[in-house]
Design a protein around this ligand. Sequence first.
Ligand code: OXD
Length: 332
Amino acid sequence: MSIPETLRVHLATDPSESGYYRLDPERFENAGKAFPDAFRRLRPSYSDDEAGFVRGVRDADVLIGWKFPRPGLAERARKLRWVQLIGAGVDHLYPLDWLPAGVKLITASGVHTKKSFEYVLMGLIALHTRLPRLAGHQRARTWKKIQTGTLPGKTALVIGLGAVGTGAAEAARTLGMRVLGVRRTARPHRFVDELFRPEELPAALPRADYVVLAAPLTSDTKEILGERELALLPEGAGIVNLGRGRLIDQAALEAGLRSERLGGAFLDVVWPEPHPPESTLWDAPNLFITPHVGADDIENYIPVVFSIALDNMARFFAGRRLRNVVNRRRGY
Ligand code: OXD
C-alpha cells in the first residue's frame, strides 16, 4: 500500500453532546504537539451539524466522531480509510451495514482506564461498607448501625479484561482482594490471580464476593449475568457494572436486590439509557445508579482520545499496524 503525503481528517462533534466532548481545533492542535511529524501532514476539518458533516466527510480519509449520520456514508465518504470513535463501545453502531467494506472501525479503548480504576475502587468500598443501605437509612432519619469488615482477602470477579477491566482489576488488587478474571483468551493479566474463559464462568461465580462487569456488549455477552448466573453468586454478593446495562438480566438483578439475596449493586450503566423515571429499578434497595459517568475523566477525556487517534495516524504514516481496530465479527 502506498502511503499518501497527507491525510484529510474530519472531526464531527455530535450536536447532542455536552461541551466536554466537543472536537475542537484548539484541543486537536494541542494534542498534535506530541506528534509533530504526523500532525504537519494532517488536513483537519470540523463540523457540529449534518450539513457540515456531509461537506467534511466528502474528501475525508479519516472520520473522528461518535454518533454521526450513518446511512449513505459509503456514498458520502468515498475516500474514507477509517473511522476513529471517541469512545470504547461499538454496540450502538451495530449492525455495521453502514460501514463501507475495507473501512476500519477504531475505538478509543484506553481512554477510560484511570477513571474506571477510581470508580471501581469507590464501588467496591461503598458496597462493602453497605453505603447504599446506610444512605437509605439516612434519608429515613434512622440511626441504625451496620458493622462491616475490610476488603483484603475478599474476592472480586472482573468480567472483561480490556482497558476498563484492567482499571477494575487494578482497583480490586489495590484493595488487597483476590482477583478472578474472565476473558476470551488464556493470556495472563498483571492484576489477575486466576483466569477463567467465558464458558468457565459458572465455576467462578460462586467464589465472587463482588462481580465487576467491564465487558463490551456483543451477542455473546448480552445478559452474561442472567438469572441462572446471578443465582450462582453467594448470598450477599455485590455487583458493579460499568460495561453496558444489557450485560445483566436487569429484572433478575432487581429481584435479587429486592429479596436481599444480593448485597447491593453499583450501576453506572443500565438499560435503557437515559433510564425512564417510571422504571421500578430506581428504588430497588441497596442500589446506587450513576448516569453513565463513571469511566470518563472529563478534564482529560478528549485530549487522551486525540492522543490515541494521533498515535494511529503516526503509525499509518510509518506504515505500522493500527491499534484498537474493531473485529467486525467479534463486535469489539
Ligand atoms: C464508551 C462509554 O466509550 O460507554 O463506550 O463511555
